[in-house]
Design a protein around this ligand. Structure first.
Ligand code: MN
Ligand code: MN
Length: 459
């Protein structure tokens, strides 16, 4: 009896040719997105372009809003909100899917460039929860932008084209690593050793060989930047490889940045496929989730509240503050973020009756947190009912999940920042293996179910 109640079906038990075809096609688009968009800025730009191509207009171009209108708003180039006006007025609530487009990586420091033993390096400060030892001895690419005096923005991407050079953080040879290997995992590679090797050719200047000078000359020739310009830049170091099929059966996707671009991409595709919904539908892709959402482009910013007020103002008669608080109280949000899939290699961290598995669909997390649910949002039973009914009515495969065993660890999402706005919210995302590693794995079936879930929620 218990098994029938709790065991979710594997998606391949009822796989049809039609579903397989749709799922595979969807994942081709997903892989292309992952390979192209490796920073929050690149993701936001991509969404803006795709939204414009699908009749979404900058909110600034509208004076008033009516049902069916499609709009987007960029937030400082690092976050984007896209929406479709619904049949019901905004104060009756909106339907939000919120995902984040920042991923763990190495950021260049403000003064990154230095030379040691006639080699040149960039100093970095890692961003988000990484296992530092995973970032050495593999090809890396540099993505970012530099803002010049006067505001001109120079975009930099090196390491992605077939003939581009790549970069790397070196590691110690095993022959001489006896004391290194005695260290605890967190200390095997220390933060200040995450220095990116970027050159070794010297330039003779005033009878002195300088590798650093040569690097700056090359950067100046190509981008017109000087060393000072690193101070006014957002530059990130990310894995240089592209998204790939994983498995002899090609049933999985392996890539950098799937936390949380898997939910971002599926939510994006869902909003693009939403026409004249009942409730105004919003896809909000935010920045800085991996470091606590504290930024004007992160979920703790007033940006979302302000936009909701603006939507009320532009669409409701007799605008007043009460309409905005009504809009918040009636809104439902899916906090679309990844969760951990059970990894048979490390299943000692899971309680399997309450864990997410590959190929069993989108994972609903009623709560996350750690140490007795601390620091979490917990969705009401009523909300879980409402969402699971929507999923069941729309052929969305779903499962429930907790992030690991009780007291094994834990984590948080942006859900709590919606909850404080008096918005009903539940975590709902795609399970991953190797989360936060440079190469994360998702099951294609679950990715496709993510898209289906968000689309059903909007419509
Ligand atoms: Mn995440
Ligand atoms: Mn994360």
């Amino acid at each position: 009896m218990e098994d029938i109640l709790f065991k979710r079906k594997n998606g391949y038990e009822n796989m049809t040719d039609k579903l397989r075809e749709e799922m595979n096609e969807f994942n081709e688009g997903y892989k292309a997105f992952l390979s192209l968009c490796k920073t929050e800025r690149e993701c936001a730009d991509f969404c803006k372009k795709v939204a414009e191509a699908n009749d979404f207009k900058d909110l600034a171009e509208y004076k008033t809003l009516k049902k069916g209108d499609k709009f987007y708003i960029m937030n400082r180039g690092r976050a984007i909100l896209m929406g479709v006006m619904g049949k019901k007025p905004v104060n009756e609530g909106v339907r939000v899917v919120a995902a984040h487009i920042d991923s763990p990586r190495l950021d260049l420091k403000q003064n990154p460039l230095y030379e040691a033993e006639e080699m040149a390096f960039f100093k970095t400060h890692y961003y988000g929860g990484i296992k530092k030892y995973q970032w050495v001895a593999m090809p890396l690419a540099i993505h970012g932008c530099v803002v010049l005096k006067g505001g001109e923005k120079i975009n930099i991407v090196i390491g992605e084209e077939e003939n581009d050079p790549v970069f790397c953080v070196t590691d110690l040879l095993p022959h001489l690593a006896a004391s290194q290997m005695d260290q605890k995992g967190g200390k095997i590679i220390e933060g200040e050793k995450l220095n990116v090797l970027i050159g070794s050719e010297g330039l003779m200047e005033e009878e002195k060989l300088s590798v650093k000078k040569n690097i700056m000359k090359l950067l100046n020739d190509k981008y017109g930047i000087t060393e000072k310009d690193f101070i006014t830049a957002d530059i990130e170091v990310v894995p240089a490889f592209k998204a790939k099929d994983v498995g002899i059966d090609r049933s999985m996707v392996g890539s950098y940045g799937q936390d949380d671009r898997v939910c971002a991409y599926t939510a994006l595709r869902a909003i693009l496929d939403t026409e004249k919904p009942e409730y105004t539908s919003i896809c909000y892709l935010v920045d800085k989730e991996e470091i606590g959402s504290c930024d004007s482009t992160g979920m703790k910013s007033k940006f979302f509240e302000d936009i909701l007020a603006k939507l009320c103002y532009m669409s409701c008669e007799n605008y007043c503050d009460i309409l905005v608080s009504e809009a918040r109280a009636n809104t439902i949000c899916l906090s679309a973020d990844v969760t951990a899939a059970v990894d048979p290699n490390y299943d000692h961290v899971n309680e399997k009756r309450n864990s997410a598995f590959f190929n069993k669909g989108i994972a609903l997390m009623k709560y996350s947190g750690a140490r007795g649910k601390s620091g979490t949002n917990e969705a009401t039973a009523e909300l879980v009912r409402k969402i699971t009914d929507i999923f069941d009515e729309n052929d969305v495969a779903w499962q429930t999940a907790e992030l690991g065993k009780v007291d094994e660890g834990g984590g948080g999402t942006v859900a709590q920042y919606f909850a404080v706005l008096n918005i009903d919210v539940i975590d709902c995302g795609v399970p991953l293996l190797s989360m936060h590693a440079p190469f994360e794995i998702a099951a294609k079936y679950d990715v496709f179910m993510g898209y289906r879930a968000y689309k059903a929620f909007y419509n």
